[in-house]
Design a protein around this ligand. Structure first.
Ligand SMILES: [Zn+2]
Length: 314
């Protein structure tokens, strides 16, 4: 590692916590992981974060200037969790910024994990060089980020980019994780594809198995994946008509389906989009699982530079 400034980056998910050191070019050094004590509440989760992250302070030494935390859930302007998924019990209301600053002795920024991934893809990944990018993560849920000039638009409440919670066209409304009916997340996320397959065939299979059946030409596996991809493409087409970004990036575990997903999604997108946005490229993400960490670190270094390098208290 050179003398470049570093941020301690943290990515808190429903099953695992990842930490690392990130430099201003978005390079990730010294990655570590631990299990998320998801059922034990906000205090236990932050204790696990701090235990995992503290050794990085010694490794980075005086080059470590800030801390960036990416987390599932909606993050308010004060760095608290405004609302969270049921996967993390007691996470809503947690003062993540306060706990990170106190525990690590660094100025901290806290961002939604999809927002962090969007920042990372826009600065160093598949949307690099784009003025405006829409980055959509399709996994256990569906989230997204609108990135403009390398900065993710968070919106009034921190919810901007939540494209999973846009109504899916022409489907009988399944209940969404947010409680509403018929949102695209409930029909096109990984678990939604598994559920659709089970409803169609009576067989409970994982997404990987369904994908391998689809690749070997199984018509019912193809049908459910194409159905989900088509809904996704339609919603992306609507979003492109609204936002006209330079590029759309598809991230998340379900994006590993590759052309099985992107082929029908692109066709549906083109049918939905107006002539101007119709040619917007839809690309696979470049950073994979690192995106949350890299985005959290870059956001922290950016914020630190903007305030002129606040003194580090340890
Ligand atoms: Zn929803």
């Amino acid at each position: 590692m050179s003398r470049t400034p570093l941020a301690v980056a943290v990515d808190i998910g429903g099953t695992k916590i990842a930490v690392g050191l990130v430099d201003a070019q978005g390079r990730l050094h010294e990655q570590r992981r631990t299990a998320t004590p998801a059922a034990e509440g906000g205090q236990a989760i932050m204790a696990a974060v701090l235990d995992c992250a503290r050794p990085l302070l010694d490794l980075g030494g005086d080059r470590v200037l800030a801390c960036g935390v990416a987390t599932a859930g909606v993050v308010d302007a004060a760095g608290r969790i405004a609302s969270a998924t049921d996967l993390l019990s007691g996470w809503a209301g947690t003062d993540v910024k306060g706990a990170a600053e106190q525990g690590l002795g660094l100025p901290a920024v806290v961002v939604n994990d999809c927002h962090a991934a969007g920042t990372a893809e826009a600065r160093t990944g598949a949307a690099r060089g784009a003025r405006t990018a829409l980055v959509v993560a399709v996994g256990t849920g569906i989230g997204g980020a609108l990135v403009s000039g390398g900065v993710t638009v968070t919106g009034r409440s921190g919810t901007a980019g939540a494209i999973g919670h846009v109504p899916a066209p022409g489907v009988a409304g399944r209940r969404c994780s947010c409680g509403a009916a018929g949102h695209v997340e409930a029909h096109a996320s990984g678990p939604a594809i598994e559920r659709s397959y089970q409803e169609l065939t009576g067989q409970a299979l994982g997404l990987r198995r369904i994908a391998s059946l689809a690749r070997s030409g199984d018509p019912r596996a193809c049908q459910v994946i194409t159905g989900a991809a088509t809904l996704l493409g339609q919603v992306l087409g609507g979003a492109a008509n609204l936002l006209d970004p330079d590029v759309i990036v598809i991230a998340g575990g379900v994006s590993r389906l590759g052309s099985l997903l992107l082929g029908p999604a692109r066709r549906a997108f083109r049918a939905e989009a107006l002539p101007g946005p119709r040619g917007i490229p839809i690309r696979a993400a470049a950073l994979g699982e690192r995106a949350g960490l890299v985005g959290a670190g870059l956001t922290a270094l950016h914020a630190h530079a903007r305030v002129g390098g606040a003194p580090v208290v340890r």
